[in-house]
Design a protein around this ligand. Structure first.
Ligand code: IPM
Ligand code: MG
Length: 368
């Protein structure tokens, strides 16, 4: 079997240093598990803008289209804040999502027992928490037309974005959510603002129709987005799978992520439609940002990126056993008391990014 082609886009800020820890695991898989990836690297975000004048060059986009999977670090930073919208680092990420047609964004929010106390909620509310947020990623107000800022005849300015969804866009994301729910707790919350938005009403109706026609065994509840935000901090364990649009998904996934104690812990996957051979384009990235304030100091938490790599092994390459090994190594290292600064707790040992990466590899060696 040909080696899988993996494109690494470390990006800006802490991206490169957390990505280096993944490369340790890639080496380990080659040596100990005989799993060799063909790795190539490229630029995305501010670093790409600095070199090419664009946050995503055509060359990098082509490499992404040709890869079996893409692993991304993070993009953005104050250095590029004043750039025009079209060349901001974030546009590079958005173009990747759009041009690879990655319509389904999977954002798990789970709590490691060792970190339950780090949550801002009471420990009993979050212990054992395991939510999967399924965020629509290539539609809605992020991409809807018309959009822009115009100057009106009276000199006033007007900013416009458009929230828009079609039936097929709603059905394909809902299908991902129902399929995931079947392998989990068999429960889906579909989230919108059907009380004020027509696109939300359409969303609600289409999700319900799909459930009735194809997934009668999955429990479906509809919830307004504001209520969902409130329920997430009131009683998060009521949720299994949440399916929602691009903007609500952006917001609610940050909220869910924080429940787990650290944004620095959470992975994500963005997945496209299956082609004729059943292969899907996919991009994996940590939920956290580029954290420019701590970049280059070897103190960032690499676990979200390592766990994103585990998701890649599972969803893109069907390497469940290796994904579980890596997840187990993360859990064991945390149980053993090692912490990066962002998840530091009294009585634990504070370690650097690279020591955390080395410890994961040491643990993997013990597990195999
Ligand atoms: C995210 C981020 C992005 C988004 C930004 C960086 C464009 O917040 O992935 O959640 O809004 O989708
Ligand atoms: Mg976000």
């Amino acid at each position: 079997m040909a080696n899988k082609k993996l494109l690494i886009l470390a990006g800006d800020g802490i991206g490169p240093e957390v990505m280096s820890q993944v490369l340790r695991v890639v080496d380990w898989l080659a040596k100990k598990r005989n799993l060799v990836f063909d790795i190539s690297e490229g630029l995305v975000g501010g670093c790409s803008y600095d070199k090419f004048g664009t946050p995503l060059s055509d060359q990098t986009l082509e490499a992404a289209l040709a890869a079996d999977a893409v692993l991304l670090g993070a993009v953005g930073g104050p250095k590029w804040d004043s750039l025009p919208f079209e060349v901001k680092p974030e546009r590079g990420l958005l173009r990747l999502r759009k041009d690879l047609k990655l319509f389904a964004n999977l954002r798990p929010a789970f709590v490691f027992d060792a970190l339950a106390e780090a949550s801002s909620l009471k420990t009993e509310l979050v212990t054992g928490l395991d939510i999967m947020i399924v965020r629509e990623l290539t539609g809605g107000v992020y991409f809807g037309e018309p959009r822009g800022i115009e100057t009106l005849p009276n000199g006033e300015r007007r900013g416009v974005n458009t929230q828009v969804y079609t039936t097929s866009e709603i059905l394909r994301i809902a299908e991902v959510a129902f399929e995931l729910a079947k392998k989990r707790g068999n429960k889906v919350h579909s989230v919108e603002k059907a009380n004020v938005m027509e696109s939300g009403l359409l969303w609600r109706e289409e999700v319900q129709k799909l459930r009735d026609a194809k997934y009668p065994e999955v429990a479906l509840e509809h919830m307004y987005a504001d209520n969902c935000a409130m329920q997430l901090v009131r009683n998060p364990k009521q949720f299994d799978v949440i399916v929602t649009d691009n903007l609500f998904g952006d917001i609610l996934s940050d909220c869910a992520a924080m429940l787990t104690g650290s944004l620095g812990m959470l992975p994500s996957a963005s997945i496209g439609a299956a082609d004729a051979k059943g292969n899907r384009k996919a991009l994996y990235e940590p939920v956290h940002g580029s954290a420019p304030d701590i970049a280059g100091r070897d103190i960032a938490n690499p676990l979200a990126t390592l766990l994103s790599f585990a998701m890649m092994l599972r969803y893109s390459f069907d390497m469940e056993e290796d994904a579980l090994l890596l997840e187990k190594a993360v859990k064991t290292v945390l149980d053993g008391g090692l912490r990066t600064g962002d998840i530091m707790q009294p009585g634990k040992a504070k370690v650097s990014t690279s020591v955390m990466g080395e410890s994961i590899v040491r643990e993997l060696n013990k597990l195999v």
